[in-house]
Write a protein that binds this ligand. Sequence first.
Ligand SMILES: [Zn+2]
Length: 250
Amino acid sequence: MRVFCLISIILLTACTREAAVPEEKVKKEISEENIAVTEDGKITFQIFNTVKVSQEKVESIKEELLDAYDDIQNSIHTDYVPSERINVFLNKGNQASWGMRSELKLFSIKENQYPLVHELTHSLLGYGDNFDSNMGYLTKEGFAAYMEDKHGKQKSHSHKIMKYFFDINKSIPIRKLIDLKQDDAYFRPPLTSQEEYTLQWMSYLHSASFVSYLIDTYGLEEFEGIYNKEDIASKIEEVYGKNISEIEKD
Ligand SMILES: [Zn+2]
C-alpha cells in the first residue's frame, strides 16, 4: 500500500511539474491504480470507474475527494473512526448516491450531479451506530446537505424552497422528522409513489434548512453537540437553551 501511495504522490508531482517521467508510464500507473491518499495518510480512496468516464474526469474526482476530506476534517469532530480504505464507485445511471462506511456509490457522474461532499460526509463522520437509523436522520442529512451547499456542487437552495413550503402551509414539523417512531416514513419511504418521493425530498430539504439555520446562527461547535446523538429533542434544548418549536419559530 505504502509503495503505491508513494508512487502516486511522486507521479502527481511529476505530472504537475511536467518532470521527465515517461508519459506512458504515468498513464499506466494511474489507470491501474486509481488511488488517492489523503495528505495525512489516514485514508486511501480507490476509484472504480464503472461508468467509464475519461481518466481526466477520474483525476478531477480524486482531487474533489481530497478537497472534500480536508473540508470535512475542518468541520465538526465525532468519535467515529472512519475506514482506512474507502472504495469509490463511479456508477452508471441516475439512482440516489450512497455514502457508507467503506463504500461511496456515486451516480449521475456524466451529468456532473453526484453529491460527493454529501456522501463523503456520511462516510467520514458516521451515521447512527453503524450506518443505521438508530439516531435518526435529521442531523446527518442536514449536515451532509450543509457541507454540499458550502463545499460541493449540488446546491440544495433549502431556505428558498422552505420559504415556499411555509407560504403554502406545507411544512413538516421538525418534531415529526426526529421522531424515531415515524422518521423512516419521511426519510426512507418505500418509494412506490410520487407522493413518497416528494415526502422524502421535503424531509431532506427541511433537514438541510434547519441545520444550516442552526449552524449559521449558533456556530459549528454547538452543532457538534447534537450531531448523531440520542434523544435529539432534549440534546437541542440542552445545547441551544430553546426547545425545537421555539427554534422553528425563529
Ligand atoms: Zn445523505
